[in-house]
Design a protein around this ligand. Sequence first.
Ligand code: PRX
Length: 655
Amino acid sequence: MNENETGTHPIPVPDMKHAHVPGMAAYDQLVAEAEADHSGYWSRLAREFLTWKTPFTKGLDDSRAPFFEWFEDGTLNVSYNCLDRQVERGLGDKTAIIFEADDGQVTRVSYRDLLARTCRMANALKARGVKKGDRVVIYLSMSIEGVVAMQACARIGATHSVVFGGFSAQSLRDRIQDVGAVMVITADEQLRGGRQLPLKAIVDDAIALGGCEAVTDVIVYRRTGGKIAWDPSRDRWLHEEMQNQAESCEPEWVGAEHPLFVLYTSGSTGKPKGVQHSSGGYLLHAALTMKWTFDLKDDDVFWCTADIGWVTGHTYIAYGPLALGATEVVFEGVPTYPDAGRFWKMIQDHKVSVFYTAPTAIRSLIKAAEADEAVHPKRYDLSSLRILGSVGEPINPAAWKWFHQNIGGGRCPIVDTFWQTETGGHMITPLPGATPLVPGSCTLPFPGIAAAIVDETGTDVPNGQGGILVVKKPWPSMIRTIWGDPERFKASYYPPELKGYYLAGDGAIRDAQTGYFTITGRIDDVLNVSGHRMGTMEIESALVSCTDLVAEAAVVGRPDETTGEAICAFVVLKGPRPSGEEAKKIANELRNWVAREIGPIAKPKDICFGDNLPKTRSGKIMRRLLRSVAKGETITQDTSTLENPAILEQLAQRN
Ligand code: PRX
């Protein structure tokens, strides 16, 4: 077998009879329970996993489909479920967070401390007038304060919207404006890889762009002490705001459907979508998947390397681990600083037992380990590891096998978890004590998730034949709507031709023998670069907004060994097509422009200049052909409908 092919011989399950889901019989039983009574199954789990202030009387309400509701008449508080509940059951002294700073400094926070800090911040927010239903934007790097800020919002019923610290002022402004935030919580600067990067200055720029008039307060966590501008009418230091606040704060009991957060993600148009999540259903799946997918036990040390700016950091840093009373590592820095052994050293130092990361990180660390023996994982003691996880993009079998052997010592199951911002938690994933593994396959649906593969008419396709990934039944942690745009929600996820199934936006195929799922990639104009989701249209809009230079632009993805996909932009300039040094210079200018407009993560890797773009006679850009050009393929497709076939050759030269 080619080592990058998906295997067909499942790797047997290690002996894990004490697993929470111990074996395929237990898995099948859960699946059967959900099939027999979908709403009843989820309701049983919602009673077992969450503490309700007012018990709910019904599970699924589909009377307003596709705006589904779960446990609607129940009330609860997410922060109570994550913090108070742990203290009440005697875990007050247990370490909730082991925070490792960029420079290696370690801070431990117990559940009791985390609760006290959350209450003080919650009281500080209330003192500034933030109340239930208000939106708060959080623009912070990885920090204890980030988690506390999210928990504090949850405690008072404010809806948070975390914006990844790598987004530009423009992107931040768009999100503040769209969500109608009354407050922004940020830091003076962030520290990553030994470098101080601005945060507060970007908030200042975002607000200066206009449209953020609802923001009355900017709360600033002092991280580096770097110099920042200060507007006394609006800016406040977090430590001063928290100074005299009480360490207790009565939770705001909210309905299960109350929006816990809105998280922006890319879609197939230029405007990011504000994915709205619930409180009850969301937290249920966060807790349940923590327990079953990671087989989490009381003495585990869990580490998810994601950033709280992405959904993985929401579900598997800010909420899931805490809802189970786990000990988790939170890391401020980057995997390559001070060297590419950082992850392995941290696993060794903190005796991490469950490690959850992204294929891009694994692939770049493989390269680093191969180039430099000193940072090879064999130099570290990784024997504490029990379970490994992968998320965000397909993991190619070669990287899977390296991860399995070199990090997991051949003994740790890898859970390749497929899910999305919209799904709130894992959808298709192995369960470590049950599912035989196949490198490159996310295996089988989580019990209760009705994942299936259909054609364009919503009809099931047989195993072995690719199609469109859908979820046939609603589930508790699903997206509730797109903030402020219910019509777009319906059109994006419940197109009429799909019979009321949730459209994931990915293609997939099930193995003819095992029925295992393999995700074949997005079927829309969404790219996945280093596990970061990006819309081609967003990048195109950013490029054409450079009106001095750009006449037209088209963006496509191409496979990349390390980042999974790379962004490739085809650009027609207003002036003549540049070549040589001049082309390089303009390409760099455009990259920086995109970084300013969206953020550095959206910088195109390749920029090719042409006199035109390949278009049909009716003027439609043929992206299919551009994708082939981007990959460096010889064009074998029919080009007879092209207005200007010669342009393909020009673009293929890639200046
Ligand atoms: O294309 C799929 C890919 O990432 C997309 C979701 O991106 P986002 O909403 O940013 O959430 C990422 C973290 C959950 C999906 O539509 N994707 C995610 N996980 C996997 C994956 N592709 C293959 N295998 C996975 N395990």
